[in-house]
Design a protein around this ligand. Structure first.
Ligand SMILES: NC(=O)c1ccc[n+]([C@@H]2O[C@H](COP(=O)([O-])OP(=O)(O)OC[C@H]3O[C@@H](n4cnc5c(N)ncnc54)[C@H](OP(=O)(O)O)[C@@H]3O)[C@@H](O)[C@H]2O)c1
Length: 241
């Protein structure tokens, strides 16, 4: 059963990056149904419409675009309650075959863009001394998956960035956490050989593929107003530590 719509003034404002497809789309649809005002973005056009959902077509690795996106949201709503930094790119490639351009692009989208969105959103959150930031990492880093060296390194950087950011923003009531999902059947992993995915799943404590619902569950915990003392943490799903 979906939650009743909240009165406009009370509706929390949530930014989610990468909402055209995959996990980001699922998150956006879920939170808008629950009464959040959801501001989503991705390079492509919106793939769904809903009352309370606004899509901006932009590349989050472009600093000016991020600034304009966040300042427009601040102008329209006067607040930002939550940020889910979900957008990312991956490239399954042995490091010996990885061009510098591929590595640089992955670092720009996965790390620098996460920093840009956190930076600009935090400035808005600080005014109300409240905010919840959740940055997306992956279990591929702690499990050490061959073929994902640069992607895993970029997501390890997200974890470290988030941990330190928590200390920089703690005095303003802003919490910063990250979480790493297990493999979820989206476009991101459709090119990964089945044997590789099966091997990852078999190495987990909970031997099943991940689901977008798993991501919502962790986000729910981190963005809960009661989680004001939960910060600088990383949660890996499936038993990975
Ligand atoms: N799927 C998995 O197995 C898995 C496991 C662990 C962690 N994760 C993490 O979960 C998150 C979501 O992954 P996913 O599987 O849903 O990926 P996905 O299906 O490939 O979707 C990625 C989303 O990000 C957007 N995006 C990509 N580059 C962008 C850019 N430069 N600027 C703005 N938007 C951009 C894409 O839309 P456009 O193409 O329109 O830009 C798309 O909406 C990622 O952080 C990923 O690392 C995924």
């Amino acid at each position: 059963m979906s939650a009743p719509a909240r009165p406009m003034a009370e509706r929390p404002v949530m930014l989610i990056t990468g909402t055209r497809k995959g996990i980001g789309k699922y998150l956006a649809e879920t939170y808008v149904k629950r009464g959040y005002i959801v501001e989503g973005c991705s390079r492509g056009e919106a793939s769904f419409e809903a009352e309370g959902y606004t899509h901006t077509s932009m590349d989050i690795s472009e600093e000016k675009a991020v600034k304009a996106w966040v300042s427009g949201i601040a102008r329209r709503h006067g607040r930002i309650d939550c940020v889910l930094n979900n957008a990312a790119i991956a490239s399954m490639n042995h490091v010996l075959l990885t061009p510098a351009a591929t590595a640089n692009r992955m670092l720009a989208v996965n790390v620098t863009a996460t920093m840009l969105v956190c930076r600009d959103a935090a400035k808005v959150m600080m005014r109300r001394r409240y905010g919840r930031i959740v940055n997306f990492t992956t279990i591929v880093d702690p499990i050490g998956l061959a073929g994902e060296a640069i992607y895993a390194a970029s997501k390890a950087a997200v974890v470290t960035f988030t941990r330190i950011l928590a200390f920089e923003l703690g005095d303003w009531g802003i919490t910063c956490n990250s979480f790493g999902a297990t493999p979820i059947m989206t476009d991101m992993i459709k090119g990964v050989p089945k044997e590789k995915i099966d091997a990852v799943v078999n190495a987990l404590a909970i031997k099943r593929l991940g689901k977008p619902e798993d991501c919502v569950n962790v986000c729910d915990f981190f963005i809960n107003p009661l989680s004001d003392n939960i910060t600088a943490q990383v949660v890996y799903l499936g038993g990975v530590s």
